[in-house]
Design a protein around this ligand. Structure first.
Ligand SMILES: [Zn+2]
Length: 353
């Protein structure tokens, strides 16, 4: 399945039928459907008789293998933490916070190489999906580079990236990049309306205009988490930042948070959006992520100098870089919230509570 806003890209697939380059890099912000597009393209490439619209037929033997989830020539390389059928051992590993679980590791690329050298099972096209290629250390990325440099016949590599700038330039240069821009606002809103996603406009704004990200927010219950985040962050600087840090630390460890996939990187990304809106407001710009919280943000922006707003934004951006694996979650939150509150207080001592 592809999305309405991807029709132009699908047309490109049809125009280049049989002449696709051996490696494509799908690049664009998360939550717009790059993965679904890659799956549709992989399905088409593996199908023995695609339909007139270019999509896989869904009934041939190849399609049946694929739909059953075990087509031997559809090769997926994803971080262990993202694998759907995580067994207990890997779940345990992920819980212990080992970096490897969120990374594509060298053995996965070696396995891929091994598989590709042994020839296809079904004798036809093979597709290797690397998702996301930025989840590799330079050593592993170089192993992938070797594979891309010596293309095996009849293999299509699909790299799916929301941070293409983080890839080795040599990897980017081996792929043809297809840009997946943010969908048009009306198409995104229509898609959410069709799915009857509650509070769609607010969630779409909060997700930076990315419809799938908005739907995930609604489905995972993180819409409720978002409400709590707004109430909590709006309580600063009136409330002690250290107290809020303690509450957030417990929140992140709660069963609900873990079940909904609400984690530290998500929380820090939300704070970054909050401060981005604050900064934008201070500079006379529009609210992008929290339009419904205009009054609260307006009140806070009045306490900030332009320098403080920009300084605050830069600091949160720095925090975001280490949010995946802070050494100590509680201390990390304390440091971040203290900095945030300090910016708000330093700029406007006269209006302090
Ligand atoms: Zn088929």
């Amino acid at each position: 399945m592809i999305f309405e806003w991807q029709a132009g890209l699908w047309q490109r697939v049809l125009e280049r039928a049989g002449r696709l380059p051996h490696a494509l890099l799908f690049a664009g912000p998360a939550g717009g459907g790059k993965r679904a597009f890659a799956e549709a393209l992989a399905a088409r490439e593996l199908c023995s008789r695609p339909a007139a619209d270019g999509h896989a037929c869904g009934v041939c033997e190849d399609c049946q293998w694929r739909l059953a989830g075990n087509h031997p020539d559809l090769l997926r390389v994803v971080p262990e933490a993202d694998q759907e059928d995580r067994n207990d051992a890997s779940a345990e590993k992920a819980d212990s916070g080992k970096a490897a679980s969120r990374q594509i590791v060298i053995d996965q690329i070696r396995d891929l190489q091994q598989t590709l050298t042994t020839g296809g099972h079904r004798g036809g096209r093979r597709v290797a999906i690397i998702d996301p290629p930025e989840a590799m250390n330079p050593y592993t990325a170089n192993a992938l580079l070797k594979l891309l440099e010596e293309p095996t016949t009849n293999v299509l590599f699909l790299l799916i990236s929301s941070s293409p700038k983080r890839l080795l330039p040599t990897i980017r240069s081996r792929c043809q990049t297809w840009a997946f821009p943010r969908p048009p606002a009306d198409a995104a809103a229509r898609w959410l309306a069709d799915r009857q996603v509650p509070d769609a406009a607010a969630l779409l704004a909060f997700s930076g205009g990315m419809p799938l990200a908005a739907a995930v927010l609604a489905e995972t219950g993180n819409a409720a988490a978002r409400k709590r985040f707004v109430a909590d962050i709006a309580s600063l600087p009136g409330k002690a930042p250290l107290r809020l840090a303690g509450e957030w630390d417990s929140w992140l460890k709660s069963k609900d948070a873990i079940a909904g996939g609400f984690d530290m990187p998500t929380l820090v990304a939300w704070l970054q959006r909050w401060v981005a809106d604050l900064t934008s407001l201070r500079l006379g710009g529009p609210l992008r992520f929290f339009p419904a919280q205009h009054d609260i943000l307006h009140g806070l922006a009045g306490r900030l100098s332009v320098d403080a707003a920009l300084g605050c934004y830069n600091e949160i951006t720095q925090s975001r870089r280490v949010s995946q694996h802070p050494l100590n979650a509680r201390l990390f939150l304390e440091d971040m919230l203290l900095r945030y509150a300090r910016h708000l207080q330093a700029a406007a001592p006269a209006t302090r509570r």
